[in-house]
Design a protein around this ligand. Structure first.
Ligand code: NAD
Ligand code: GLY
Length: 352
């Protein structure tokens, strides 16, 4: 088991290793003596891990309530968020109680935003069960729901009190979800770690999950500590996301987040190579690793439609938007461009 300490506006441990869901009741009771727990999950994850966790919490003397919603990005909306707030209120939760998010990024983002809003903030813990949530969404305090106009348009910065990432839970992850997590791992490697890039080329992530997750969490910690509120260098974590979010939006959220990020990185790397910002060798290495992970590298949409969708990304500021562009494996740069230039970037990246 590895523990990474994040000393942000709230300090907390991110624990990564096998068996952590079994340990969760004891750890929660130690951190929040006497607290009730609202266990938030989606139907798939709850059917796999929910009942055992509730039984273990009861055995530890913890009173629980549950809020389970249908799986999928389409549920990460104001309607589900409002229902969770009403459930917290109906159950009489107070700021002495805890919200526990058991699931992937959809559950974590939604539960975290509800915890941030309910009574202006009640304690919140993350129990990530996807690779993507383990390496990215459970850490760093971004919480949100989607609005009709775009991804994550309503949310809050709200750090968790604890993150317990049980690597055993990844065993039941469908292949496509595992690949989606790999896209975020490739993102970290391209942003800042040639050794991580080479390591996942040599050895599949599934055979070194604990070490790879811990490395990604350390990298994310460094960005979060430098820029918790996303006004500067944390924006580097947006590599592949501006065009990825556009692809998600255009697909009506049928393209999953991780696959969309891979498409976003692919189109951006092609565009960077065509502009001479990165070499053809860097492009080939990046596309090669994404393809080896079974990930798509081009969005199935045209340049104009993608550009229009990207204009609404929440990272856009007026007519300007910052793109994260690969220079070489392990180094990227931020380019602030006029939103009118987005279609040209996308066409140069291979979109019609
Ligand atoms: P998800 O939460 O929808 O999970 C994917 C699917 O896997 C779901 O159907 C879920 O039921 C299932 N699942 C989860 N764990 C499982 C397990 N152990 N075994 C079997 N099935 C399991 O999606 P995700 O990819 O985890 O997260 C994507 C979301 O995260 C997006 O909404 C994205 O915007 C958000 N995100 C947030 C941040 C952040 O910093 N807050 C960062 C990256 C992504
Ligand atoms: N996933 C991007 C961030 O946390 O900043």
């Amino acid at each position: 088991m590895r523990t990474i300490r994040i000393e942000a506006s709230r300090g907390y441990d991110v624990c990564v290793g096998p068996g952590l869901l079994k340990e969760a009741p004891g750890r929660l009771a130690a951190l929040f003596p006497g607290a009730r727990v609202m266990l938030v999950s989606d139907d798939r994850v709850f059917s796999l891990y929910g009942k055992t966790l509730l039984d273990d919490l009861a055995a530890a003397g913890t009173e629980t309530e549950t809020f389970v919603f249908p799986h999928g990005e389409k549920q990460k909306n104001l309607g589900t968020w409002g229902e969770l707030l009403e459930a917290l209120c109906r159950s009489g939760f107070t700021r002495a109680d805890v919200v526990a998010a058991l699931g992937g990024g959809v559950v974590g983002d939604l539960a975290g935003f509800a915890a941030a809003a309910y009574r202006r903030g009640i304690p919140f813990v993350q129990l990530p069960t996807t690779l993507l949530a383990a390496v990215d969404s459970s850490v760093g305090g971004k919480t949100a729901v989607d609005l009709a106009g775009g991804k994550n348009q309503a949310g809050a910065f709200y750090q968790p009190w604890l993150v317990l990432c049980d690597t055993d839970a990844l065993a039941t992850l469908p292949e496509a979800e595992y690949r989606g997590g790999c896209a975020e791992i490739v993102k970290y490697a391209v942003l800042g770690s040639r050794p991580l890039f080479d390591s996942i080329r040599r050895t599949p992530v599934s055979r070194q999950a604990e070490a790879v997750i811990a490395r990604c969490v350390e990298m994310k910690r460094d960005y979060v500590l430098a820029d918790e509120y996303d006004a500067g260098c944390r924006r580097m974590l947006n590599l592949g996301h501006t065009f990825g979010h556009a692809a998600e939006l255009l697909s009506g959220y049928t393209v999953p987040h991780g696959q969309a990020v891979a498409m976003g990185m692919g189109v951006m790397a092609r565009s960077a190579a065509a502009a001479g910002i990165c070499s053809r060798e860097t492009l080939a290495e990046l596309l090669g690793l994404l393809e080896a992970c079974g990930l798509p590298t081009l969005p199935p949409f045209g340049a104009e439609a993608m550009a229009e969708a990207a204009r609404w990304d929440k990272k856009a500021e007026g007519e300007r938007i910052t793109l994260i562009v690969p220079e070489e494996i392990g180094r990227c740069r931020a380019e602030t461009v006029d939103t009118a230039e987005l279609a040209a970037w996308l066409r140069r990246g291979g979109l019609a």
